[in-house]
Write a protein that binds this ligand. Structure first.
Ligand code: NZQ
Ligand code: ZN
Length: 391
């Protein structure tokens, strides 16, 4: 097990009705907030009205900025920064999924950062300060409600980059599984694929003596795989959503990654798909992950056997390769049952830019190649091969 340094200060309020208390819960942090949201789902569901009422009841002043798109854009972040500075906002309340929360985090950084906030994402230097962020979650997937990450798309540069810093871990995450009842099927599936990937990126490692986190990872994966098909068929099943909502946060608050080297190659490869083709993050991961597994598993076959047996229910009496390949086949079948794509062409990604994306993902395109991944270090040609296999 490796050394670790971990602090998770996000207070999670989990369960029915907590969105109505959001005003009083953020009042200790701020008298004035930015209410930040996406393209309208919160107005259709009536959540917007409940949040506004809660803010008014708690005498928290607010200004608002809606319009966050999936794969959140830098342009709106700039607008948010100006608004927060002008209005002297003290906290950003993000009401939505990962995109809204990530946009809020970027604004929170930009309010105190003296240069262009995009530099923070490009240079990945630690920041000194950020505004408080609180998240009222409407889509369990990205885990941004208690993660240290924010992922932003710069359309002009065709880049999507993540930035991690403990200052942007939200102070409050509100998770009411009832708010997930309105999710369309494709978002349910994308969310399941994303949270599973957050576990995979930590689970598939060469670090040894990781019994506790191995077990936590496996339990999280089994929970998602049991409950995602239930909500897919029965979107108002509170109990199954509660399991999914809990799993999404656990998958990415980094408890599961303590003391082990991480991978993150699939996320790196997926961000290039989103940057160039605006694909949904979870759908891109569902395509790439099984192909990545087949490409890398021989570098630590034992952890893939463990996955096949403990998570995918494969019997372990055959040779190791057969066990692993059966586990990967079952994962593909699981994604397929959730209606997730299996090929890049199903995502609308043709073969024209595979080399460009592989070179961008590894930095080769910017003349400083840094191999992707932990379990197997992927050069641009390896990434190209995985994209090619995924066509
Ligand atoms: O914009 P609205 O109208 O709200 O609609 C959204 C959006 O179109 C809709 N939606 C959300 N909640 C809903 C709902 N529709 C009906 N009912 C509800 N209750 O869902 C659509 C997708 O929303 P989005 O926020 O984009 O999805 P998700 O939560 O999957 O977030 C994806 C983003 O998170 C990033 C991804 O890269 C991607 O940009 N990630 C962030 C991470 C982090 N900060 O820690 C980690 C992840 O690896 C991920 O990279
Ligand atoms: Zn993700």
């Amino acid at each position: 097990m490796l050394n670790y340094d971990f602090q998770n200060w996000t207070r999670i309020l989990f369960g029915k009705g907590y969105e109505e208390r959001v005003g009083e819960e953020i009042k200790p942090y701020a008298n004035k907030v930015l209410l930040h949201y996406g393209g309208g789902s919160i107005k259709e569901s009536g959540l917007y009205d409940r949040v506004v009422e809660s803010l008014r009841n708690a005498e928290v002043e607010f200004v608002e900025l809606g319009g966050v798109k999936p794969n959140p854009r830098l342009e709106l972040v700039y607008e948010g920064i100006e608004l927060c500075k002008k209005e002297e906002v003290e906290l950003i309340l993000a009401v939505g999924g990962g995109s809204v929360i990530d946009s809020a985090k970027a604004i929170a950084i930009g309010v105190f950062y003296e240069g262009d906030v995009w530099e923070v994402y490009e240079q990945k230097e630690p920041i000194e300060k950020a505004l408080y962020v609180a998240a009222l979650l409407t889509l369990p997937a990205a885990g941004s409600e208690s993660s240290v990450s924010s992922v932003i798309t710069n359309e002009e540069k065709q880049r999507k980059i993540g930035f991690d810093d403990f200052h942007i871990r939200p102070v409050l995450g509100v998770i009411n599984p009832e708010l997930f009842f309105t999710l369309p099927k494709n978002q349910i599936a994308n969310g399941a694929a994303d949270m599973m990937s957050h576990v995979f990126e930590r689970y598939f490692t060469t670090t040894r003596h990781t019994d506790l986190t191995d077990g936590l990872c496996e339990a999280t994966l089994r929970t998602v795989m049991k409950n995602a098909p239930i909500v897919y068929e029965d979107p108002e099943n509170y109990d199954a959503w509660a399991e999914i909502g809990f799993s999404g946060s656990i998958a990415h608050n980094d408890l599961l990654g303590l003391g082990r080297e991480h991978d993150w190659a699939c996320h790196g490869m997926e961000h290039e798909l989103s940057a160039l083709y605006d694909v949904a993050h979870g759908a891109g991961l569902a395509v790439l992950t099984p192909n990545w597994m087949e490409y890398v598993y021989k570098d630590n076959i034992d952890i893939f056997v463990q996955f096949a047996v403990n998570v995918m229910g494969v019997r372990s009496h055959r040779d190791k390769d057969a066990v692993v390949l059966e586990g990967i086949a079952r994962l593909r079948e699981f994604f397929n049952k959730l209606g997730l794509p299996a090929t890049l062409s199903e995502l609308g990604v043709n073969g024209d830019n595979l080399e460009l994306m592989a070179k961008r993902a590894t930095g080769e395109a910017y003349e400083h190649e840094v191999p992707l991944g932990g379990l197997k270090k992927l050069r641009w040609i390896d990434v190209f091969m995985i994209y090619y296999k995924s066509k």
